[in-house]
Structure formats: structure tokens, C-alpha cells
Design a protein around this ligand. Structure first.
Ligand SMILES: Nc1nc2c(ncn2[C@@H]2O[C@H](COP(=O)(O)OP(=O)(O)OP(=O)(O)O)[C@@H](O)[C@H]2O)c(=O)[nH]1
Ligand SMILES: [Mg+2]
Length: 302
């Protein structure tokens, strides 16, 4: 008789920029979640599904915690808190290319206090020197109290095969059970939100630190014309003065974003994609619940 598959829901948490999304992408093997060097890139909790001969893992990629106050910042914190609950395994990702920071210690203290049964600590960015493994282990010694020892692993989330040890750790902790999803579904992240994330990522990479969190992308319509999807999306900015920055000189920025996002979306969805982008000034969109809901930031939490 065939062995039962091992199945687990894994909440991937950790401070912003630790490499959570990169790790989830590496494990799932397809680009499902956007990655960028800008902090707080991930806004929605994304489910990535790993199908493996050993079984199935459902990975929840969460936004990094942020100290920001008010509207969106508070929301993000709430989401991160929500998505760490109700999982079988908690995976804390640390950027070990930097010495432990306050948030890292915070995650350790939370793990020690809440004592979730199964915890994996990932020391990510193991390709970098210096690598602060010793300091992270010492920080844990200090934080752990009487909590049980987590499974420690290292990873290079950016390198092919660089996260195998993490996968092994998950399957080592997963219990036998029924698969939760069909194996051919890589993610059930809604299509419109995935498209919006891709577009937003291109703006972030083009504009760097200029207004990264002031941009919201709203996918209004995806028209399936058989061999082609026609996507129309709005790019929301806070103030009129930001509009020319987002559009760029001779519309260069918008053109660049459109081209890159079209290419990436065609790859992801395996269909030609043409994109229409409209830049709209919407003061305080970050505090507008209706818009936030339309962007998927409210409700639908896992
Ligand atoms: N050198 C190196 N860089 C990495 C590694 N993993 C991730 N990175 C880089 O670290 C940066 C942040 O990665 P993300 O995956 O977006 O980080 P995150 O934890 O999801 O961040 P938030 O979504 O903001 O919470 C990106 O520039 C990645 O390319 C790694 O193993 N080695
Ligand atoms: Mg992320």
C-alpha cells in the first residue's frame, strides 16, 4: 500500500526583506509572489503549494511587520498576525547577512512565548559574508526560556537548490494526511491580484525608493480574447505632484512598466497579455477601505 502523503500548512514569517517571498518562490518553483529589495513588498498573504513525492505543503507568504502607524501600516501588521495563526508549522526567516535586529528578537520571543509546536528557523542569505549564525543562536538562547528547540536550517533562497534543507525540514515535521489542494494548482491567489502585484513590482524596481508605498495598483478588467488577455489597470497615487513621476518623461516609466509586466505576465499565465495603464490621483487611497478591499487587502485573509 502507498504511504499517506505528508501535508502541512506553513506560515512563513519574519522581518521585512529577510527573503520570505524569495524562499517561497524557490520552494514552489514558480514565481508566485513578488520580490524586491524595497521593504514591505508583500502586501497580501499568498498561498503557494509545493507538490512533492513526499506530500504537499501549503506555504503562506506574509508581509513583513512594519512599524508604520495608521491605515495601510496597521492593516499589514494585522494581516501578518492573522496569517501566523492556524498553521501546522511556523517558519521564521532571518536575514543572517545582518546581525539580529529588534524584529528578529521579537519573532524569537513570540515563538518562545506562544510555543507553537513545530517551528523552523531559517538562516537565509547563507551566500553572504559575514554570516551571523552564531549571533542568531545566541539570541535564541537568550529568548527561548523553556521553549523547545526549533529546527535550524540555512538557505540561499536566490540559488537553485539553495533551499532544499528547508523543504526537508518541513517534510520532516509534516504529518500524514489528505492533500488539501489539487497538485496542479500552484497558487489560488486571485488572478487580478497577481497581475496587480506584477505591475506594482515593476514600478518599484523602476522608481526605487521614490514613493514605493504611495503607489497602489487596481486591476479593473481582464478581458479574455482567446489568444490574448487585455488587462486594464489603474495606478493610484496620493497627490497630483506624484503623477508625472509615475508616468515619467515622455511616458518612459509607464512604457517600461507595461513592457516588463506584459512579458512577465505572458510567461506566468502562458497567454499573450496586453496591458493598459491609467494613472489616477486618489488622495488617501491607503485609507480608503473600499479601494483597499478591491486591491485584496481587506477580507479574504487566510
Ligand atoms: N544574497 C541573497 N539575497 C537574498 C536571498 N534571499 C533573498 N534575497 C534578497 O533579499 C531581498 C528581499 O527579498 P524578499 O523575498 O522580497 O523579502 P521579504 O522577506 O519577502 O520582504 P517583505 O515582503 O518586504 O516582508 C531581495 O532583494 C532578494 O533578492 C539569499 O539567500 N541571498
Ligand atoms: Mg515578501
Amino acid at each position: 500500500m502507498e504511504a499517506m502523503p505528508r501535508v502541512a500548512v506553513v506560515g512563513v514569517v519574519g522581518r521585512t526583506n529577510a527573503g520570505k517571498s524569495t524562499l517561497v518562490n524557490a520552494l514552489v518553483g514558480e514565481k508566485i509572489s513578488i520580490v524586491s529589495p524595497v521593504e514591505q513588498t508583500t502586501r497580501n498573504t499568498i498561498r503557494g503549494i509545493v507538490a512533492d513525492p513526499r506530500g504537499q505543503l501549503v506555504l503562506l507568504d506574509t508581509p513583513g511587520l512594519h512599524k508604520a502607524v495608521g491605515g495601510l501600516g496597521r492593516l499589514l501588521n494585522r494581516m501578518a498576525r492573522c496569517s501566523a495563526a492556524g498553521t501546522d508549522i511556523t517558519c521564521v526567516v532571518f536575514d543572517a547577512a545582518e546581525a539580529p535586529q529588534l524584529e528578529d528578537i521579537g519573532w524569537m520571543q513570540r515563538v518562545a512565548k506562544e510555543r507553537p509546536e513545530k517551528v523552523v528557523f531559517v538562516l537565509n542569505k547563507a551566500d553572504r559574508t559575514p554570516f551571523y549564525e552564531k549571533m542568531f543562536r545566541e539570541a535564541w538562547e537568550e529568548a527561548k526560556g523553556s521553549a523547545p528547540e526549533p529546527v535550524w536550517t540555512k538557505s540561499v533562497a536566490t540559488a537553485p537548490g539553495g533551499a532544499t534543507a528547508v523543504l526537508d525540514a518541513f517534510f520532516g515535521l509534516a504529518e500524514e494526511g489528505e492533500r488539501l489542494f489539487d497538485d496542479d494548482i500552484v497558487t489560488d491567489y486571485p488572478r487580478k491580484l497577481a497581475i496587480a502585484d506584477s505591475i506594482r513590482e515593476k514600478f518599484l524596481s523602476r522608481l526605487h525608493q521614490e514613493l514605493p508605498h504611495e503607489i497602489g495598483v487596481l486591476v479593473k478588467d481582464v478581458r479574455d480574447e482567446g489568444s490574448r488577455w487585455c488587462v486594464s489597470a489603474e495606478v493610484l497615487v496620493n497627490r497630483a505632484s506624484q503623477k508625472p513621476i509615475v508616468i515619467g518623461r515622455k511616458a518612459e516609466t509607464v512604457k517600461y512598466v507595461r513592457k516588463c509586466a506584459e512579458r512577465e505576465l505572458s510567461d506566468i499565465f502562458d497567454v499573450k497579455v496586453s496591458l493598459e495603464l491609467w494613472v489616477r490621483v486618489e488622495p488617501n487611497w491607503m485609507k480608503n477601505d473600499r479601494l483597499l478591499a478591491e486591491m485584496g487587502y481587506l477580507g479574504g485573509l487566510v
